[in-house]
Design a protein around this ligand. Structure first.
Ligand SMILES: [Zn+2]
Length: 400
């Protein structure tokens, strides 16, 4: 018999955390805002009450550590939010970890990673834990919006000068994270549990087109070097050629287009697009990358100069096969025929942790697939079921 979670206690804690920085039906808790600081202190108290040793480290990661001997399972997610966003994104996974620690009574460490939502940078909390954030990077990180320095924000919270906790992989069997799906696949399929196979990697670009700015009435078509036309040619070629290279879950997005000067009677002399693609397969990502280079080379044969600038890359992260199997066994017990294995199209701290220890992720359905919005929600019965599956899987992994 697997230990049973306390559903009332679980939902009570989720509702209590929702109150801190409440905004309409959601939450507004930017990293290291007063509300975020308050929520971290609230969590540390909860971890202490659960019998764990609580600590907030020098980058505002919150840990609850089990003092008993033996290898541990690390459970976590994040508790800051996007602006005026949902109450469950991140928070759910942390409270699932807390509930697992209380239900299992040993073998569980809990972590709330700092700033998964990227107010200061890309995954600074989990990367710091994995030894991937230098003191120099700590010096330069600033909060999007108000440009507050990370060091100053930590000092305001009273947490500057503390050591940053570093991972000891020999302590851990691995890392398990629960999260809302943030998409509509589970709901569309009538499934209640998602078992993540891999987290997508992404390649991100800025593509600049340079032509010749001129009068829209006097410049003959044959003489034009229209940067806007060059941009549209490339965007169209991408839509035509990428489907044959990717698989059914490959996604690509032109998220921003700007024409310069952007005026009705001027032939644009410069144009810029921000472009990205994502997939879980490194080979697919490499093929898309090659194809993009080839398409850019084709547009270069026209009258405009084209520069392809790489602005960032994240590698896809495969989830551990044994962790997936443990989640599947638990899902089979509690939601037979109502689960699926699926990739994560969104980034998560688990992709960072996967670099140093076996990692796994569980998804619960998001109502209408809405996330990063205050309407984000999940049915209470799905929260309770998801937590029970999560705790069963954790128990199985701890039992080895
Ligand atoms: Zn999240």
């Amino acid at each position: 018999m697997m230990p049973k979670i306390n559903a009332e206690r679980l939902l009570g804690d989720l509702y209590a955390l929702r109150k801190i920085g409440e905004y309409k039906t959601g939450v507004h808790r930017p990293s290291l805002s007063p509300e975020d600081v308050q929520s971290r202190l609230w969590l540390a108290d909860k971890l202490t009450a659960a019998g764990l040793t609580a600590e907030i480290d020098g980058i505002a990661n919150v840990f609850g550590r089990d003092r008993s001997p033996g290898r541990k399972l690390l459970l976590g997610s994040h508790i800051e939010t996007q602006p005026h966003a949902g109450w469950l994104d991140g928070a759910m996974g942390v409270i699932f970890g807390l509930e697992a620690a209380r239900t299992l009574g040993g073998g569980i460490d809990v972590a709330a990673w700092f700033d998964e939502e990227g107010w200061f940078g890309g995954f600074p909390g989990s990367r710091s834990f994995c030894g991937l954030v230098s003191e120099a990077e700590m010096d330069i990180m600033r909060r999007r919006g108000d440009e507050l320095a990370l060091r100053a924000a930590l000092a305001q919270a009273g947490w500057s000068g503390r050591p940053r906790v570093q991972a000891d992989p020999s302590r851990y069997l691995g890392y398990l994270e629960a999260h809302i799906e943030q998409g509509a696949e589970l709901e569309l399929c009538g499934d209640r549990i998602g078992i993540v196979t891999a987290i997508v990697g992404s390649y991100r670009f800025r593509i600049v087109f340079e032509g010749e700015q001129n009068h829209a009435g006097t410049t003959r078509m044959a003489r034009r070097k229209d940067a806007g036309v060059a941009l549209v040619r490339l965007a169209t070629a991408i839509s035509d050629r990428f489907p044959a290279i990717g698989n059914e879950r490959t996604v690509w997005t032109t998220g921003q287009i700007a024409l310069d000067p952007g005026s009705p009677s001027i032939v644009p002399g410069r144009a810029e697009m921000v472009f990205q693609f994502r997939d879980t397969d490194p080979a697919v990502l490499a093929r898309l990358d090659q194809e993009l280079e080839a398409l850019v080379a084709e547009v270069r044969h026209g009258p405009c100069k084209v520069s392809l600038i790489r602005t960032g890359t994240t590698a896809p992260a495969a989830m551990d096969a044994g962790f997936q199997d443990a989640l599947e066994a638990a899902a089979t017990a509690h939601a037979p025929g109502k689960f699926q294995r699926m990739p994560s199209g969104a980034g998560h701290d688990a992709q960072i942790l996967a670099g140093i220890m076996p990692s796994g992720m569980l998804f619960v359905p998001s109502i209408r697939g809405i996330s990063h919005h205050y309407d984000e929600d999940t049915r209470d019965e799905d929260l309770v079921l998801g937590c029970q599956v999560f705790v069963d899987a954790a128990a199985t992994l701890l039992a080895g």
